[in-house]
Design a binder for this molecule. Structure first.
Ligand code: NAP
Length: 304
């Protein structure tokens, strides 16, 4: 039986792999898609300590994967649908070979929140996107709308402004949520404009999205904003479904943990964006991976 199964090969899972392997645990790292998680959708990373130049998200992933490989851990592809308690161990439902583990580290991250408005589903992939790094290229010299006012909306607007003719940020309040430096860069960028106190209520078009119907939340007035594309950045939803029936979650579905990142079930730790916390950063996820792996190592080596 594996000592530690790590579910998710984003920065938290990758970091945990190094600490667990170095502590002497047998480690299995599972990922259902590409290693790196949301870093795959990040155009540039300039706040990760030790890398003073601007790195691309995929560039940083490559360095992390190589680092993990040095300690003999390689991500395995598996679509795990549930973690079950099995006596003093756990079973990973969806893993074919050796699905049991003494301890489990959940590092499954989160996925983009949808607006849930008419036209969103219909035009996703046809002008409506949740990833500027993936799809921005298709909007060269076009006019795009970004929905949201957080770090992601601002960072990706700055990226889109390098490609597109005009970027209009539509935000539901009259103040951005993003960190100061990103706000300042957006305000100073001549290609970025803002529509405040406004939410999108419908996307419309023909073969692709052509306009966004907007509603001012203060006056109720509605208007149509013609555009060639829409990028939605209104936060994320935790990928905690595989332990939904096993560990305590907060009201948003994030996994509750203590200071050592232990969940409500001894033997299961959680790290990175899937856990209840205030700041969701690559550096914070890497730190989580370290703490959660050391907690698991203490359990396993000391006997759970
Ligand atoms: P976020 O910080 O939760 O911001 C979401 C934004 O969308 C907020 O401005 C929010 O408005 C708005 N919003 C939420 N629901 C909405 C709805 N239904 N309709 C319209 N607008 C809506 O999400 P995020 O920007 O994706 O960032 C997620 C986490 O990743 C954060 O912790 C962030 O710091 C981190 N992150 C960091 C970086 C970086 O450090 N460079 C980059 C990207 C993300 P309100 O402000 O009114 O709530």
């Amino acid at each position: 039986m594996t000592d530690l199964a790590i579910v998710g090969a984003g920065p938290a899972g990758l970091s945990a792999s190094i600490y667990a392997a170095r502590a002497g645990l047998s480690v299995r790292l599972y990922e259902k898609a590409l290693p790196g998680g949301q870093m795959n959708n990040t155009e540039s990373v300039e706040n990760y300590l030790g890398f003073p130049g601007v790195l691309s998200g995929p560039g940083l992933i490559e360095q992390m994967v190589q680092h993990v490989r040095r300690f003999g851990v390689e991500a395995r592809t598996a679509d795990i649908c549930e973690v079950r308690q099995d006596g003093e161990a756990f079973e990973l439902v969806g893993v074919k070979d050796d699905p049991r583990a003494r301890s489990v580290l959940i590092a499954t991250g989160s996925h983009p929140r949808l607006l849930g408005i008419p036209g969103e589903q219909e035009f996703t992939g046809r002008g409506v996107s949740y990833c500027a790094t993936c799809d921005g290229f298709f909007f060269q010299n076009r006019k795009v709308v970004v929905i949201g006012g957080g770090d992601a909306a601002c960072e990706e607007s700055l990226y889109l402004a390098r490609i597109c003719d005009r970027v209009t940020i539509v935000h539901r309040r009259d103040q951005l949520r993003a960190v100061d430096i990103l706000q300042r860069r957006c305000f100073e960028n001549p290609k970025i404009e803002f529509i405040w106190d406004t939410v999108p209520v419908e996307f419309s078009g023909d073969t692709a999205v052509r306009s966004v119907r907007l509603r001012n939340v203060k006056t109720g007035a509605e208007s149509d904003l013609p555009c060639d594309g829409v990028f939605v950045y209104i936060g994320n939803i935790p990928n905690s479904g595989i332990v939904r029936d096993l560990v305590a979650l907060d009201e948003g579905g994030y996994i509750m943990v203590d200071l050592e990142l232990s969940t409500s079930i001894r033997g299961i730790v959680a790290a990175g964006d899937v856990r209840h916390k205030s700041y969701r950063q690559i550096a914070a996820a890497v730190g989580d991976g370290c703490v959660a792996a050391l907690t698991a190592a203490r359990w396993v080596l000391g006997g759970i």
